[in-house]
Design a protein around this ligand. Sequence first.
Ligand code: NAD
Length: 314
Amino acid sequence: MRFDATKRVLVTGGAGFLGSHLCERLVEDGHDVLCVDNFYTGSKRNVAHLLDHPRFELMRHDVTFPLYVEVDEIYNLACPASPIHYQHDPVQTTKTSVHGAINMLGLAKRVGAKILQASTSEVYGDPEEHPQTENYWGRVNPIGIRSCYDEGKRCAETLFFDYHRQNGLRIKVARIFNTYGPRMHPNDGRVVSNFIMQALRGDALTIQGDGSQTRSFCYVDDLIEGLVRMMSTPDECTGPINVGSGFEFTMLELAQKVIALTGSSSELAFGPLPQDDPAQRRPDLTLARANLDWEAKTPLDEGLNRTIEYFKGL
Ligand SMILES: NC(=O)c1ccc[n+]([C@@H]2O[C@H](COP(=O)([O-])OP(=O)(O)OC[C@H]3O[C@@H](n4cnc5c(N)ncnc54)[C@H](O)[C@@H]3O)[C@@H](O)[C@H]2O)c1
């Protein structure tokens, strides 16, 4: 029996980009936060400012192995998220998504915790529907180089819903769309970090294809707000719910904006499109608005400026 009302919250992948912002937010909200990470793509530096906080604890652990802790809520974020990182050891990527989900769901079942899965827009693959609603089943290549991530995340969703149906677990599945902000890995090959690093170095910004493919980017603080709101929805709200920004622009427009905001003299260089790269991706946010009363608010220029400042300080 516990006598104190503080929630004990586990964040797996808590030393990563999104995880570190989530830990920070949960500590600020007054919770006891246990950050679990194997530092595969994350780092202690991302949570260094929290290490002395009495409500924060950092544990080195790989989620492909079972974990025995007492917690009330679990945010399952552990998984390399950028193509360079998740394709480096694709078998480990699938294991992290699938075995990690089984282990964290097993933990949630043992201790009666509520559990949120950081799923992804990649479950939609290269979509034939635009924007993507949560009812869309996706168009994913099961044997391509992105499959370890896409199919791993799809299987994790399946496991979440089976534990919910079979064991009555309280689950939340958030399908996260592209997010950016401070503490993104500078060399992870993601387009925002790539463009900013290239612009700051004065190198040409490398655009894949002709740059007409579109994306929507959500600033990290907005995304974290969406995840926290989702965790506090009533039990019948399981998701999946798309969380991301609905504001869409081309990669060419993004490159030009980064050059303008950094004041760089960089030029643009065009290269080939990677395999299975979706041409368009934008969330339908009807469910997020209705269930979370939430929308991404940070303007692109403001979010980019904060991110540029972070990269300048590295
Ligand atoms: N950033 C985005 O745009 C985005 C979009 C969709 C989904 N997501 C999901 O959000 C989560 C966090 O993404 P991110 O952008 O912060 O990536 P990230 O790589 O910065 O963070 C992932 C964290 O998980 C840790 N990790 C990896 N394998 C692990 C394992 N086996 N055991 C314990 N820890 C492990 C890494 O060390 C890292 O700290 C991921 O699950 C990702 O799939 C992110």
